[in-house]
Ligand binder design. Structure first.
Ligand code: SF4
Length: 476
């Protein structure tokens, strides 16, 4: 993986399900294409032709894996699909999803976005009972639980299996004659329901509905299980009520800005958070520039609120994939310039505010500050549109270890010094919720910023105070 990707939180997966459409696999393909940002390591589609499931999975990007002849082979009116960002389990084809198994109830395909927190314990119990695992994926744990569960209908077995696990999941299941979608009771990861004429679709984000030409119906609610078959759509709420804890990092970075997630448009949330950042940490400057692309809406909001001109001072090369091989030591100084390049015409002699969505290890920020200075900026003020990331995620997001998160062990002043900026400020924990009215319940997980884990994890430390912006620290 390239160093830029290591300096991010990375979304682990996207899921899609289609039921009742003559070109189900094609629709699934379009959805996966739109959801490529949620996982680039592998992708797969399983379709049902009524009497059997047909599978194709591969390593790489959606457009490279699904050539037209492959889509044609995936016949049937129902399909599920998955993009994977491989971390829990190695990034091998055997861990690519959807997983497909034959069990006493027939063939079953499963695709999962999230992370089962107690997968290792449940897996050990299953292995003691004689279960043999084919992959390292926590999703396979769910499959074994389903295979062992009693119940008349598939959905009964699925519900029994899900009751035995704890964690974050938005999942789709495909048998030869039905599609089942489930979202965990706390609702960590997004999942929405849509329609394409008479067909039902479920997808991770609404940007996929747009490409499928589907109509948005509603979110799959936390703790809801949908059964879609020739009998229509059935909604079940089989789990005890739990506080909702939707991932606030979807707003900060993961989701596409054109998606509607947890009832809000991601773009407008980021824009509002940028405004809040300007209110909290204003600095005299000549221009505001985003770290593209994820920092763009926040930088626009910041510039508007601060009354400072907005300029695209950093240009991203969109054609650099994650598989970019870093040059050898002798030419390593190219660094982040492979992906980003600064505009000297805009920077020369200017006091620049540069806005990014988050700061994880700090190595990319360090390179960006050096690049802006190299392009002639007289001052560089880094503004981060989220609080310091102090704790890893255990709910389906690839994060560096706690030691690698610079915010976990360094003060803001130490980080400022490390990245070489004239000033550094983060959004406060309170400011992170500037997108909602003050009296609205905070139904969000923010554990990576607060270490307050909604589902306990053994490695979790005591919650700690966040470092807030202190204007006196700013060297201007
Ligand atoms: S810990 Fe962070 S990334 Fe993980 S679910 Fe919670 S808010 Fe999202």
């Amino acid at each position: 993986m390239d160093s830029d990707a290591q300096d991010r939180f990375n979304e682990e997966c996207a899921v899609v399900g289609v039921y009742g459409h003559a070109e189900a696999a094609n629709l699934a393909y379009l959805a996966l294409y739109a959801l490529q940002h949620r996982g680039q390591e592998s992708s797969g589609i399983v379709s049902s032709r009524g009497d059997a499931l047909i599978t194709h999975r591969g390593l790489g990007l959606v457009a490279d894996i699904f050539r037209p002849e492959i889509i044609q082979r995936l016949v049937g009116t129902a399909a599920i699909g998955h993009n994977r960002y491989g971390t829990h389990g190695e990034s091998l084809l055997k861990n690519a999803q959807p997983l497909v198994v034959e069990y006493s109830g027939g063939a079953l395909g499963v695709a999962h976005n999230g992370n089962i927190v107690d997968a290792d314990e449940v897996r050990a119990e299953l292995e003691e009972g004689g279960a043999i695992f084919q992959s390292n994926s926590d999703t396979e744990v769910v499959i074994h639980l389903i295979a062992q569960a009693s119940g008349e209908r598939l959905v009964d077995k699925v519900i029994k299996a899900l009751r035995k696990i704890r964690g974050a999941y938005s999942m789709v299941f495909l048998s030869k004659d039905q599609l089942i979608a489930a979202r965990d009771p706390m609702g960590f990861r997004p999942l929405v329901l849509g329609r394409v004429k008479d067909a039902w679709v479920v997808v991770s984000e609404t940007c996929a509905l747009d490409l499928m030409n589907a109509e948005y119906v509603r979110e799959v609610e936390p703790g809801e299980v949908l059964v879609i078959s020739e009998d229509g759509l059935e909604s079940l709420k089989p789990f005890p009520e739990a506080p909702h804890r939707q991932c606030v990092f979807e707003y900060v970075y993961f989701a596409r800005p054109d998606s509607r997630v947890f009832g809000r448009t991601v773009y407008s949330v980021r824009h509002e958070l940028g405004r809040q950042l300007a209110r909290e940490s204003h600095v005299e400057a000549d221009l505001v520039t985003p770290v593209p692309d994820s920092g763009v809406p926040a930088a626009l909001g910041y510039a508007e609120e601060a009354g400072i001109p907005y300029q695209l001072g950093l240009i991203r090369n969109h054609y650099v994939g994650r598989t970019f091989i870093e040059p050898t030591d002798s030419i390593r100084h190219f660094g982040v310039r492979v992906k980003l390049n600064a505009m000297p015409e805009l920077m020369k002699g200017k006091r620049v505010v540069v806005v990014d969505d988050s700061l994880i290890r700090g190595t990319t920020s360090q390179k960006i500050v050096a690049m802006l200075r190299g392009a002639g900026a007289s001052e560089v003020h880094m503004r981060i549109c989220s609080p310091p990331t102090i704790s890893p995620c255990y709910y389906g997001i690839d994060t560096p270890t706690r030691e690698e998160l610079v915010g976990s062990s360094h003060s803001i002043e130490q980080i400022r010094e490390f990245i070489g900026a004239d000033s550094l400020a983060y959004l406060t924990e309170q400011g992170l919720y500037a997108f909602q009215p003050p009296d609205e319940d905070r139904n969000f997980c923010d554990a990576c910023f607060t270490a307050r884990y909604p589902i306990p994890v053994t490695e979790a430390p005591e919650p700690r105070q966040l470092h807030l912006f202190d204007a006196s620290q700013a060297k201007v």
